[in-house]
Design a binder for this molecule. Structure first.
Ligand code: SF4
Length: 255
């Protein structure tokens, strides 16, 4: 089923999603950029809706439907995945927050697994994940957000920690020990966002030059922060044996 509707709130989208369908933002074929499966080809299924609202979110366009929203049932999702790649046997369901649509998500996972696909899911961990997902998912990665701790009962496989220079290893260990199952740990330094060199506010030439100078100065300041964050991440991995993770897709300029 395909119903393109734009400009609705997230709650409206939830209400209007037909039973058994998911509110989908985009489906595309690429390489996984982060975490344990970094470098593996996957078909990405980005779902709409996320109520967490992180300031640094780089997929804010999945929070609402101003950019794109379609409702797909499991069979349509499989057909779209096959259109992206006949050979690829992994899908990564990401968001948004996929577990905001848990009921239909479970049905889709069952269907995709039954058709020979390995299902990966990326979550903030904010929503409790039903244990039944374990049976149909190959890998569930939780990337916890600072102000929204994950549910430690959730049956996740991997925890991806974003760290800054002051990251406290004892606290991280404590967190990990709270999970009910053994988890793979990826440590990822927080990266500065690239400057935006557009002119969305219609500035005149002088104002635009001033803005660019400010952005470049900010970039130099961020470079120092980035260096410190990276060093701390490396230190933590050397001490613990955990995996270092980078957003490699950004370096290779792929999605
Ligand atoms: Fe964005 Fe993820 Fe935070 Fe939701 S949880 S706001 S999708 S970074």
């Amino acid at each position: 089923m395909k119903l393109p509707i734009f400009g609705q709130s997230q709650d409206e989208v939830k209400e209007l999603t037909p039973p058994g369908s998911l509110a989908v933002n985009e489906i595309f074929y690429s390489l996984q950029g982060e975490g344990k499966y970094s470098g593996y080809p996957m078909v990405f299924i980005r779902l709409n809706i996320c109520h967490v609202g992180c300031r640094f979110c780089d997929t804010k366009y999945s929070w609402q439907t101003l950019t794109h929203n379609v409702y797909y049932d499991a069979a349509t999702i499989l057909a779209k995945v096959k259109e992206c790649s006949e050979k690829c046997n992994r899908v990564c369901i990401t968001g948004g927050e996929p577990f905001e649509q848990a009921e239909a998500l479970l049905e889709v996972c069952k269907y995709l697994k039954a058709h020979g696909l390995k299902v990966h899911i990326e979550t903030s961990g904010n929503v409790l994940i039903d244990k039944e997902f374990r049976e149909y998912c190959h890998w569930i990665t939780c990337s916890p957000k600072k102000f929204y701790p994950p549910n430690f009962e959730s049956p996740i496989d991997e925890i991806k920690f974003l760290v800054v220079a002051s990251a406290d290893l004892a606290k991280i260990r404590n967190w990990i020990g709270t999970f009910k199952r053994k988890v793979w740990v990826s440590i990822q330094p927080i990266e500065p966002n690239p400057p935006e060199f557009g002119n969305p506010d219609g500035l005149n030439e002088e104002e635009l030059i001033e803005l660019k100078v400010q952005q470049i100065n900010a970039r130099f300041a961020e470079a120092d922060v980035w260096e410190k964050n990276k060093n701390r991440a490396v230190e933590i991995c050397l001490q613990t044996g955990w995996q270092l993770s980078f957003q490699t897709h950004k370096y290779f300029r792929i999605r």
